[in-house]
Design a protein around this ligand. Structure first.
Ligand SMILES: [Ca+2]
Ligand SMILES: [Ca+2]
Ligand SMILES: [Ca+2]
Ligand SMILES: [Ca+2]
Length: 450
């Protein structure tokens, strides 16, 4: 789910598996902006808690006269050209009324090899909607053959400019970020017990993630996933997994791989010392991405760099946040922060995905949702979904949230100070004082810097 707007936060995921049963539904709950409790809960299906595949979104804007929501998921009951593969489906609807319309993500044109009109199948499908109304979906090319169907078992991208009625590009050529770059997919679950990292994290599915930079017109769309840092090794070897990021500058219609639009995030870029680099790792996996109000790319991900085993093979992970400014420009800066105070042992399945949501219509604050564990006595908690507010005080001078720091914002700040309005507390320390003025001036100048 990917919407924006009022500051209302949505949190959800798969409900727990029943004894001998199967995953029966998607649960979610929400809270209003400023509330400290999750005061209401709804279930799209089922009534149990959430223990897998957390998702989160912020919005919608209640002033909008109509809002379309999109959720993508795999529906294995659909007829497929490849019957062993889960199929992606799309749902649109009104989350408040709990009414949804189901649409298949499928091309209009037959497969040139088989003549069949195959659904766009795969795992981990995620949608975004650009400001022009285009729905862009990334899906892992999870076909059984080693070569995959579209992108050698890495994610691919399709889009709809008709609210899900038609999907493009055509069947033979979805957008395939990373194609031809020598980026090689990690093993997947069915490849066996040996691979690039613990099979108990994510079951190895490249975990695609997608985000929109709405400050650009047309919007820029980013897709990220993890893959092997080197190609050409047997799938049974434990290798080093890295993050890869690709960018579309035409609203998600096409993705370029090289030059300023594709980035291989090496361990060194993420602050791992040279002595920590071995052919087995450290591994960065299961990324979640969003773009903040400055246009910076933000990712959270699992990272086993603190695993006490010399081979990174004892399944200890942390969750990290990385922020990239001036993506692929000479001035690019990468800042990496550890979010989990204790490295925790996976020991059990940690869920396939996590999310990173920008708060409010302006992307000024970030919230992370992820599955982790924490120390309890001499042992460890079971897996829990954690929500974390990442406050980085972005675009503080843009009080009216229009993307610019202007004279009107200065007037609004001055008025907020004079009336002791909470909106004047730019550094969120509960006080309105000169620190907030300094914050305003710093933010105003940085937002207007060349
Ligand atoms: Ca590894
Ligand atoms: Ca790595
Ligand atoms: Ca403004
Ligand atoms: Ca303050």
């Amino acid at each position: 789910m990917s919407v924006r707007g009022s500051g209302r936060i949505w949190l959800g995921g798969l409900r727990g598996q029943t004894q001998g049963g199967s995953f029966a539904g998607i649960n979610y709950a929400n809270k209003e902006a400023g509330d400290t409790d999750w005061t209401s809960g709804f279930a799209i299906a089922g009534t149990q808690g959430v223990s897998d595949k957390p998702f989160m979104a912020v919005g919608p804007d209640p002033t909008l006269s109509s809002t379309m929501y999109y959720v993508t998921y795999n529906d294995q009951t659909m007829t497929a050209c490849d019957s062993t593969n889960a199929q992606s489906a799309q749902v649109t609807g009104d989350a408040f009324l709990n009414t949804w319309t189901k649409l298949r993500i499928k091309p209009d044109t037959p497969d040139p090899e088989t003549g069949d009109v195959c659904d766009y199948g795969g795992w981990g499908s995620l949608p975004v909607v650009t400001d022009s109304g285009v729905v862009v979906v990334t899906v892992l090319d999870r076909y059984p053959a080693v070569a995959g169907k579209y992108n050698a078992r890495k994610p691919y991208v399709v889009f709809s400019d008709s609210a899900g009625a038609h999907w493009w590009p055509n069947n033979s050529a979805p957008n395939i970020p990373g194609f031809g770059m020598g980026v090689e997919a990690c093993p997947i679950w069915s490849d066996g017990p040996i691979g690039d990292f613990s099979p108990k994290v994510d079951r190895r599915k490249c975990a695609p993630t997608i985000a929109v930079d709405r400050s650009k017109s047309p919007n820029w769309v980013y897709v990220a996933y993890y893959a092997r840092s080197e190609a050409g090794h047997p799938l049974t070897e434990d290798r080093n997994a890295d993050l890869y990021i690709f960018r579309s500058v035409d609203g998600g219609l096409t993705f370029a791989n090289e030059g300023v639009h594709g980035l291989h995030m090496t361990d060194a870029m993420l602050g791992v010392a040279p002595g920590g680099l071995i052919e087995q790792g450290p591994d960065q996996i299961v990324p979640a991405m969003t773009i903040d109000c400055t246009g910076a790319v933000n990712l959270i991900y699992y990272d086993n760099r603190n695993d006490p085993s010399p081979g990174y093979d004892s399944e200890y992970f942390d969750v990290y946040h990385t922020r990239i400014t001036d993506f692929k420009q000479p001035t690019m800066q990468i800042t990496t922060t550890r979010l989990t105070p204790s490295s925790f042992p996976a020991e059990m399945f940690l869920g396939d995905y996590q999310t990173l949501a920008p708060a409010g219509p302006t992307g000024k604050k970030l919230y992370a949702a992820y599955i982790a564990r924490e120390p309890v006595g001499s042992g460890w908690s079971s897996k829990n979904c954690y929500v974390r507010k990442i406050t980085i005080n972005l675009c503080a001078a843009d009080l009216n949230g229009n993307g610019f720091a202007e004279g009107g914002d200065a007037e609004s700040f001055s008025e907020a100070v004079s009336t002791s309005s909470p909106t004047a507390d730019l550094n969120e320390d509960g006080q309105i004082d000169t620190d907030d003025l300094e914050t305003f001036v710093w933010s105003y100048e940085s937002m207007n810097a060349e």
